[in-house]
Design a protein around this ligand. Structure first.
Ligand SMILES: O=C(O)CCC(=O)C(=O)O
Ligand SMILES: [Fe+2]
Length: 344
């Protein structure tokens, strides 16, 4: 029997951010929170429909091409629903609650929508994401090790666009039990792909390798699998976790597809956390001017998450207000919040 993790609804009431105190506390102590009701249903429906259009159905031969993490559907996608979910004010506010920062102190570093497919044993090449080894995500998000537990610098997010009752494939996470938890020692290095341990993704292969070459690590990791709990998701359920949370993807039901969106936000000063995609401004090459329009339409908070300095930042002076108005005015940009905050 695996332990099941059921999502709780968001906070309600005028004085709250979108997360309850219990959810914030859960993320800070256990390393994750599973939340329903954060993203409006109509927006979720639009992103789901986009995924249906962009990705093959489970029985389509094209599904075989999707074996690894991520897809070409990456922010800014010139898809209003996907881009809108990425920067949704409630999502940003939730991240701000977890990191105890105003939204202007956050930066986006990842947003991609990806399909996962359930395969039968003989379809699986055991090279992909079917039954993952338990891991932490930090090795391919930064060159360094995450900061100590009580100084988190980022929030990782999975927004599920499918129903686990149909497709299976829950994310398993290992709740951290306080600072003396033997499964969360410092540093966090007991995983393939860290230090001199080869990068092996499939669970069976990774654990067989460790049993042979590093039996003490294999024993430690058996404890991780024993304590994992499985996220029970519906379309719109959001898993908020961390670069130092033990977790893994588990197999989908054969013949099904799961759509999920992965996002990461870091603190402004946490420049050691990489942006996983091309810089946002690279999309300015597009002839459709979609990124100009997006930037012009965003709130100052949303823009700051993409790196546009907030009002009051030393970047802003009469000359830069004039220049930004020249660049984005044709798309409806309102410079007044930046102009009004200039001293003198
Ligand atoms: O697909 C999942 O549920 C988790 C995937 C994951 O942890 C990863 O690819 O790093
Ligand atoms: Fe992961």
């Amino acid at each position: 029997m695996t332990a099941e993790l059921v999502a709780a609804g968001p906070a309600t009431g005028p004085d709250h951010g979108p997360l309850t105190a219990a959810q914030v506390d859960g993320w800070r102590t256990a390393g994750f929170a599973l939340v329903d009701g954060l993203i409006p249903a109509d927006l979720l429906g639009e992103v789901q429909a986009l995924g249906e259009r962009r990705f093959p159905a489970a029985d389509d031969p094209g599904a075989a091409d999707f074996r690894h993490f991520g897809s070409a559907l990456v922010f800014p996608a010139a898809e209003p629903a996907f881009d809108g979910l990425t920067l949704h004010p409630r999502l940003l506010a939730a991240v701000g609650q977890l990191l105890d920062r105003p939204v202007s102190g956050l930066r986006l570093t990842q947003s991609t929508l990806w399909p996962k497919f359930g395969r039968t044993a003989n379809q699986s090449d055991r090279g992909g994401n079917d039954d993952q080894r338990i891991h932490v995500d930090y090795p391919n998000h930064m060159l360094v090790h995450p900061t100590p537990w009580d100084r988190p610098a980022a929030v990782e997010i999975i927004v599920y666009h499918s129903d686990r009752r149909h497709c299976g494939g829950s994310t398993a996470v290992v709740p951290r039990r306080g600072r003396d938890d033997p499964l969360y020692p410092w540093p966090i290095v007991a995983s393939p792909g860290i230090g001199d341990l080869p990068w092996i993704d499939p669970r069976a292969d990774a654990e067989a390798y460790l049993s042979e070459h590093r039996p003490e690590l294999a024993a430690f990791r058996r404890g991780l699998y024993e304590r994992e709990v499985h996220a029970d998701f519906r379309p719109g359920t959001v898993l908020l976790y961390r670069h130092d949370t033990w977790h893994r993807g588990t197999p989908l039901r054969p013949g099904t597809r799961r759509l999920a969106q992965n996002l990461t936000f870091r603190l402004t000063e946490a420049t050691w956390i990489d942006t996983l995609h091309k810089g946002w401004s690279w999309s300015m090459y597009r002839p459709d001017r979609s990124t100009e329009r997006l930037v012009a339409s965003l709130s100052v908070d949303q823009r700051s998450v993409l790196g546009v300095p907030p009002p009051g930042d030393p970047y802003w002076c009469p000359a830069t207000v004039e220049a930004m108005t020249a660049r984005y005015g044709p798309f409806g940009f309102d410079p007044s919040p930046y102009a009004d905050a200039i001293d003198g």
